[in-house]
Design a protein around this ligand. Structure first.
Ligand code: ASP
Length: 447
């Protein structure tokens, strides 16, 4: 039994949904189908989720009406071209009005509006599958037993969901489940973080103990490096969960970085495949792979980091220094990414999204007042590069090759962190150096 998830580009318009129908029809094992909201396509330049969010936030009646109209037009067009029952479009409109008129908090209303994208996809696709002769039913996440924490826009799955989902195994036919949201214990609809339909797919795959979780997107495979930076990079055939986790953390957007955990814990293999070219093998994510001599599997990069640098002579002997520093961050509500340290200094790497100028000022003032450092400074505009591959710890010369490549590209390394992870090596560099750094690293490891 397989769980198949189709991303936004796979359900962006009627043509794409027809491809989805063919893919499902080809394999009786494709029993649980998780879908995203319509994404971008040549016909539609905006993701449905973004349209819904803009609609919700627009203040003037005119803008609201315009957004609503374009949302409904899109659904009219999709259902019309698929030749399925179009009453669903007036149901969508009625649902939107009911949400706006309810007396819930704004955050919950927003989540309900956002969820309309996936919910409508699931309803439309189940109608279409029925039309092409398949026994398919729309299944709401509540009925699938997906119970989540009360964190609007950032829900976390509650573990009891797995037993509920397991019960679905015994039912006959196929089920189309909207991705991206679940329900709290008090029955509130709450969404996962953006891109979270992958999370639903992975949860359902783990819950029903699927033999495979197929994640259909619009690329033939995961590439060794961002194809926008290096033209036609090599494909990755197989990689491990840990490697995929590191790559998606640092900007490989093929797969949501929280989505691997459920599949990983339940040891469900994942295949990333292309809806537009389903015959292609795709990329498989597995527990273990054979390590080749060249253990580096991919190079990822992400921007939007800042480094909080704190220096104090004899820091290494000062008991509790690290704890106090992290307590300040905690009290300011800031989570950190990495914290490489030296004898007398420490850098704390923080995503820019965590900071505001007010928080920055508070953090610096408090560190000065409470920790009496010799230096404290915050540097913005950093990028992280991750060279990823299991087995690199036991392979000689990886760091040498990476630093040589960066030197060749005349990129100054601001920070190196191999940490205790055996899976990746991380380099902090200036954002402006990213392209040349990646090109040079790619040449070194893959050419
Ligand atoms: N539609 C949601 C988003 O755009 C979730 C997803 O597509 O995975 O974030």
């Amino acid at each position: 039994m397989k769980v198949v998830k189709f991303g936004g580009s796979s359900v962006a318009d009627a043509n794409q949904i027809i491809k989805v129908g063919n893919i499902i029809k080809q394999d009786d094992q494709r029993k649980f189908i998780v879908v995203s909201a319509p994404g971008k396509s040549d016909k539609f330049t905006e993701k449905m989720t973004d349209q819904l969010i803009k609609f919700f936030h627009s203040e003037s009646k005119r803008d609201k009406d315009l957004y609503l109209q374009s949302i409904l037009d899109r659904y009219n067009r999709i259902t019309n071209e698929l030749k399925v029952d179009m009453t669903i479009v007036s149901e969508i409109e009625a649902t939107i009005y009911a949400i706006l008129q309810s007396d819930k908090d704004e955050a919950l209303k927003l989540d309900e509006i956002k969820a309309i994208g996936e919910d409508s996809s699931a309803k439309i696709i189940s109608l279409y599958l029925q039309k092409i002769g398949l026994e398919a039913t729309y299944l709401n996440p509540k009925d699938a037993g997906i119970i989540v924490s009360h964190e609007p826009g950032n829900a976390q799955l509650l573990p009891e969901s797995y037993d509920n989902i397991y019960q679905l195994r015994h039912q006959t036919g196929r089920f189309v489940i909207p991705g991206f949201f679940g329900y709290t214990k008090t029955n509130e609809l709450v969404t996962f973080s953006r891109g979270g339909s992958d999370i639903t797919g992975s949860i359902v795959a783990a819950g029903v103990k699927a033999s495979l979780y197929e994640n259909f997107t619009d690329v033939d495979s995961v590439y060794t490096v961002n194809p926008n930076i290096v033209k036609n990079p090599k494909k990755i055939d197989v990689l491990t969960y840990k490697e995929m986790r590191e790559l998606s953390y640092a900007g490989f957007s093929v797969f949501h970085d929280e989505a691997l955990m459920p599949a990983f814990k339940a040891n469900i293999p994942v295949a990333i495949k292309n809806t537009n070219n389903p015959e292609s093998k795709g990329t498989h994510i597995v527990q273990k792979r054979k390590h080749q001599k060249d253990c580096v599997v991919g190079i990822a990069s992400d921007t939007g980091f800042s480094s909080l640098y704190v220096r104090k002579y004899l820091m290494n002997r000062e008991i509790g220094f690290g704890r106090k520093l992290f307590a300040i961050l905690e009290e300011e509500g800031v989570s950190f990414e990495h914290a490489p340290s030296g004898i007398d200094d420490m850098s704390v790497i923080i995503r820019d999204t965590q900071l505001t100028s007010e928080k920055e000022e508070n953090i610096i003032n408090r560190i000065n007042k409470e920790l009496h450092p010799d230096t404290v400074q915050l540097e913005h505009g950093l990028a992280m590069i991750m060279v990823v591959g299991e087995g690199m710890m036991n392979t000689l010369g990886i760091a040498h090759k990476a630093t040589t490549a960066l030197k060749r590209a005349e990129v100054n390394i601001r920070m190196i962190n191999q940490g205790s992870s055996e899976v990746s090596m991380m380099f902090g560099i200036l954002k402006s150096d990213i392209e040349k750094a990646i090109v040079s690293l790619y040449d070194m490891f893959f050419q």
